[in-house]
Design a binder for this molecule. Structure first.
Ligand SMILES: *[C@@H]1O[C@H](CO)[C@@H](O)[C@H](O)[C@H]1NC(C)=O
Ligand SMILES: *[C@@H]1O[C@H](CO)[C@@H](O)[C@H](O)[C@H]1NC(C)=O
Ligand SMILES: *[C@@H]1O[C@H](CO)[C@@H](O)[C@H](O)[C@H]1NC(C)=O
Length: 495
């Protein structure tokens, strides 16, 4: 579970960490977006045929940037006929967490489209700025598939920036047509669907077909693909598979972001090359990378090419510095990371082969080992976790924290006092680890929110500390759980 969340969140492209931290500020309610909470959610939703709900957290930066756009869209859509309602729920609020669970909110913001008084739920997969939100929601609230009656309709509808699926039929009835409509209804929040009686209207592909055929238009690779099996499941699989680019491009162009999200949600190994795409000599790097992607197509890996400029959040997450660019990072489907810094075009294929052959060691993000570590609470980083916590032969209380977390700051003061209390006791170590800057690969630690505190007794019993947060509570706990006798050989030199 922790793994899934962290992978999902990995690149922090569009979502914030889902953590149990306090709201540091409150967003004042505005005019057009409805504020809902656990007390009136169901009631309100049941009165709407179509309503959009944003689950947000007040501390989340991506939510803050969405807020004015969402509000603007709400004001425009309130004048639509019929009006379209946009609502929001503070999912960080304790009382609303049940709702957030029910709607499978795993990051912020999460937007859901609720139809039929809440009976049908779909993920909102549209843009994040006002005009885009308005366009997307107008389509979502209309029919699932749009009829294309002319070449002009088709060129307006299909364009060259997104995936559009068009069914060509001799008549708008019959089993194939029904299957197609069922598919459109099912996947409408992910893709745009159209249907036509005449393939001649369509911009690409064989125009003499009379159908039934499903043609998927895409802004990359082969530009369109046809499919003729009208089993809904087969259709769905076809759409999912054909809509992933050989290499997903991640830059600041928002029209790419739906593909980036697809990339992160895919269950495959994620191979990512980050480079300065306007830099010199990047073409050879790019073309070698494409070759490799082609070579490994259908073998369990997805490929992404990220522009340096758009990738800051990813770099922070992985602990990568700009001096390491061009860099390849792989997130394997079992949650491990692999990294090759300053990669050259000719090294891509051999390194990937080594990775596939299991010859590359996983990469663990770590802060540098502190030169001085003489405060009462000792600093642990990923590279010292083993030595300081597992091999020290001490009773260790370890706090996993995030620098931006308010509760962690309060706890830090208490831990300081606890550490001072034990300063003369060589068998007890009070320590902290910045979990945003260090990977915690150890299976004993399940860190889903901040702060998380673990205690490891000298003999190796590991317990999550969930007791009170006063100095006395913590000291009490340590006294009850510490091992008095420390095995002689595992005692190391004092720090
Ligand atoms: C739902 O309840 C909250 C808290 O009482 C309130 O702020 C909000 O305006 C209510 N929303 C609606 C639509 O009634
Ligand atoms: C990328 O390369 C271009 C051209 O060399 C340069 O002007 C730009 O500053 C580079 N961008 C970054 C973020 O380093
Ligand atoms: C480990 O710690 C837990 C919690 O304090 C305790 O219930 C358990 O008995 C301990 N196990 C051992 C082997 O000491």
């Amino acid at each position: 579970m922790a793994k899934t969340v962290s992978v999902w969140v990995a690149l922090a492209v569009i979502a914030c960490y889902l953590t149990a931290i306090s709201a540091e500020e409150t967003v004042e309610s505005k005019e057009f977006v409805l504020t809902l909470d656990h007390s009136n959610f169901t009631d309100t939703v049941s009165k709407h045929d179509f309503i959009v709900v944003e689950f947000y957290a007040p501390w989340c930066g991506h939510c803050k940037s969405l807020a004015p756009e969402y509000e603007k869209a709400a004001s425009i859509l309130s004048k639509h006929d019929p009006p379209i309602t946009l609502a929001k729920v503070d999912a960080n609020e304790e009382a609303n967490k049940g709702l957030a669970n029910e709607y499978e909110v795993r990051g912020f913001p999460t937007l859901k489209i609720l139809r039929n008084g809440g009976k049908n739920v779909q993920e909102y997969k549209g843009p994040r700025e006002a005009d885009g939100i308005v366009e997307y929601l107008k389509k979502q609230s209309g029919p699932a598939s749009t009829e294309i009656k002319s070449a002009e309709d088709a060129s307006n509808f299909i364009g060259d920036k997104k995936i559009v699926i068009v069914g060509v039929f001799p008549k708008f009835s019959g089993e194939e047509f029904e299957s197609y409509m069922a598919l459109a209804e099912k996947l409408r929040s992910d893709y745009e669907f159209g249907h036509t009686l005449d393939a001649k209207h369509l911009p690409r592909g064989e125009s003499s077909v009379t159908g039934p055929v499903v043609r998927l238009f895409k802004p990359f690779d082969e530009l369109f693909v046809d499919f003729k099996d009208f089993n809904v499941e087969a259709l769905e699989k076809f759409v999912e598979e054909s809509s992933i680019p050989l290499v997903t491009l991640f830059n600041s162009d928002p029209s790419n972001h739906p593909f980036v999200i697809k990339f992160y949600n895919s269950p495959q190994d994620k191979v990512m090359l980050f480079a300065n795409l306007s830099g010199e000599g990047v073409e050879s790097l790019q073309s070698k990378y494409r070759e490799v992607a082609e070579q490994y197509k259908g073998q369990g890996s997805s490929f992404l090419l990220g522009d340096l400029e758009a990738s800051q959040a990813a770099f922070q997450y992985f602990g990568v510095k700009e001096s390491q660019v061009p860099v390849i990072i792989i997130l394997s489907n079992d949650g491990k990371k692999f990294l090759k810094a300053n990669v050259e075009a000719d090294q891509i294929a051999p390194w990937l082969k080594d990775y596939k052959d299991g010859k590359v060691a996983p990469y663990v993000k770590s802060e540098p080992i502190p030169v001085e570590n003489n405060q009462p609470v000792k600093v642990v980083v990923a590279d010292t976790l083993e030595d300081m916590v597992f091999k020290s032969g001490k009773n260790v209380l370890l706090e996993f924290y995030a620098p931006w977390c308010g509760h962690c700051k309060n706890l830090a003061q208490i831990l300081d006092e606890v550490a001072v209390h034990y300063e003369k006791d060589a068998d007890v170590l009070i320590a902290k680890l910045d979990a945003t800057e260090n990977d915690i690969e150890h299976p004993s630690f399940d860190v889903k929110g901040y702060p998380t505190v673990y205690f490891r007794s000298a003999a190796g019993n590991i317990t999550a500390y969930d007791g009170g947060r006063s100095k006395e509570d913590i000291i009490d706990f340590i006294e009850k759980n510490r091992d008095k006798t420390v095995p002689q050989e595992s005692v190391k030199d004092e720090l």
